[in-house]
Design a protein around this ligand. Structure first.
Ligand SMILES: *Cc1c(COP(=O)(O)O)cnc(C)c1O
Length: 219
């Protein structure tokens, strides 16, 4: 696969859904990829990337930003409390907000550094024990707390559907939760299901291996 081919598939899926492709952000997920592949995608003009780990992103992106100019960076993986300060310096968006303690600490740190990334709340639509995310039954209350208690604007919701399930109902569930809470962003759709996600209203696709090729290590 390659970037032009993915862009083409996104454009066609958007057309089928009667949506504007410009309303869909493609996040190229570069975690654990060799640097030459990342540079190749930068050289093709792409400027939105996703990483799973704060530390890995810190070792890679400041130098690349120096060379290539502004790059929109998205944190997709879990955020530990002790890395919040560094995450706020580096990332333009965090897709893994999933508990009040984290909301509280992000709010405090954002005050200190004077900037707050766009926040996506991760929802565990499949109620999987091993997976992060707010329980679907608690999402309305959680969003309310983010807004009223911590004064945090929530830009969107994020989901990783169960691996062996049809993703469409999970994407639809996320969209319904967003709609009833007045939230516009929908971070959903990966290499294997981004066209389905577009049909269900995705605004942010997180696509890794379909752009870069298979990852070298797990992450
Ligand atoms: C790795 C990862 C992706 C990209 O997965 P691919 O299947 O390679 O497209 C998307 N979202 C999250 C949260 C990830 O960790």
């Amino acid at each position: 696969m390659s970037l032009p081919r993915i862009r083409d598939r996104i454009a066609r899926a958007a057309e089928r859904a009667g949506r504007a492709p410009e309303a869909i952000t493609l996040i190229a997920v570069s975690k654990t990829q060799p640097l030459d592949r990342v540079i190749d995608v930068l050289d093709q003009g792409h400027r939105a990337f996703g990483e799973n780990r704060v530390q890995e992103a810190r070792s890679k992106w400041p130098a690349l930003r120096e060379k290539y100019g502004p790059v929109e960076l998205h944190l997709l993986g879990p955020l530990q409390s002790n890395k919040i300060g560094k995450a706020l310096e580096l990332f333009d968006a965090i897709h893994s907000l999933d508990r009040e303690k984290l909301a509280s600490r992000i709010a405090t740190a954002a005050q200190e550094v004077g900037r707050c990334p766009k926040l996506f709340v991760q929802v565990n639509t499949g109620r999987e024990a091993q997976k992060a995310g707010v329980d679907p039954g608690e999402i309305d209350g959680f969003l309310k707390a983010c807004r009223s208690v911590y004064d945090l604007p929530v830009a969107g919701l994020m989901v990783i559907p169960p691996a062996d399930a049809d993703p469409a109902p999970h994407f639809a569930m996320l969209r319904e939760m967003a709609e009833r809470n007045g939230i516009e962003g929908l971070s959903m759709g990966m290499s294997d299901d981004f066209e389905t996600a577009i049909a269900e209203g995705a605004t942010h696709l997180r696509v890794g291996s379909a752009i870069f090729g298979a990852r070298q290590a797990s992450g």
